[in-house]
Design a protein around this ligand. Structure first.
Ligand code: AMP
Ligand code: ZN
Ligand code: FE
Ligand code: FE
Length: 279
């Protein structure tokens, strides 16, 4: 049976493996379809597609867009959009700047707590990748403030530890519209532990096409609940490992947390219908 993983990060954002390495690993793990879904960037996709062309592996265009939903950040996955779409590219470009400003704010907060680190160090750690909290966590680890990235999140970088950060991410509904106007499919990421039923209904009302049912943060009970929610609301059921590239990590479900080819076909059919409407 063909297996697909539609949630994977690479070094284009906060993953540890390059797009090439991810493709080689996906082939070893017998996956037949993957989507590269880096945070707010599509920079890793072409390299992954080039590499995959020598194997029997399909790489779908994907991205995990950070959006604002009330005062929260909400991750929205997009698939099978036109990679040259102007508005989508403008949104992703804007989010790169938003993330740099956000990193400045986070560093200031940490400095106030007495930690010595500066923005240049964090930006150098991220290099050409989308900058995010994992890069700050890495610096905190290197400086010996914490014993692990996990501890950095618990002590300093969780939403609770950070408090309010003013960001200017695109609104959730604006991002759904941009994805769909670009001929893509909009899927709510890891909904299981993030939202109340009421919030899930509100997000669904913004016109998403699907939700992640399979995700490492979902236990069996959440998975069944999400499956039922998708069925009742005529939403596509998607998912993947949310792989960030560490073979050592116990959070690595790459190769084992998958969806079926039939589910991928349904996502593709949605994109095809959309392209006919957009065109
Ligand atoms: P950001 O994009 O800056 O909001 O950071 C979010 C990313 O941080 C997620 O995609 C994960 O890669 C990582 N992350 C979030 N929570 C944790 C955690 N508790 N431990 C390790 N990494 C985390
Ligand atoms: Zn991440
Ligand atoms: Fe996410
Ligand atoms: Fe992710």
């Amino acid at each position: 049976m063909a297996k697909a993983d539609l949630h994977i990060h690479t070094t284009a954002s906060d993953g540890r493996m390059s797009p090439d390495e991810v493709v080689r690993q996906a082939v070893r793990l017998n996956l037949s379809v993957i989507a590269i879904t880096d945070h707010d960037t599509i920079a890793g996709i072409s390299a992954a597609r080039n590499k995959a062309s020598i194997y029997d592996l399909h790489v779908l265009p994907g991205v995990e867009i950070t959006t604002s939903f009330g005062d929260r950040e909400c991750h929205l996955l997009a698939y099978l959009f036109d990679m040259d779409d102007e508005l989508l590219n403008i949104l992703l470009q804007k989010h790169q700047s938003v993330r740099i400003r956000r990193a400045h704010q986070i560093i200031e907060k940490l400095q106030k707590k007495g930690l010595e680190l500066d923005i240049d160090e964090v930006l150098a750690e991220a290099d050409t990748s989308t900058v995010g909290r994992p890069h700050i966590a890495e610096i905190l680890h290197k400086r010996g403030y914490v014993r692990s990235v996990r501890e950095a999140f618990i002590r300093y970088l969780s939403d609770k530890a950070l408090g309010t950060i003013h960001t200017d991410y695109c609104s959730f509904s604006g991002a759904v519209d941009i994805i769909q106007d670009a001929g893509g499919v909009a899927v709510l990421a890891h909904p299981g532990r993030m939202y109340s039923l009421k919030e899930l209904e509100q997000l669904t009302d913004k016109g998403i096409d699907g939700i992640e049912v399979m995700h490492p943060s979902h236990n069996d009970e959440i998975r069944s609940r999400m499956e039922k929610f998708a069925l009742e609301h005529c939403l596509l059921a998607s998912g993947g490992s949310d792989f960030h590239g560490s073979k050592k990590s116990s959070y690595s479900h790459f190769g084992s947390l998958t969806i079926s080819e039939k589910q991928v076909e349904e996502i593709k059919a949605c994109a095809q219908r959309r392209k006919k409407i957009v065109a």
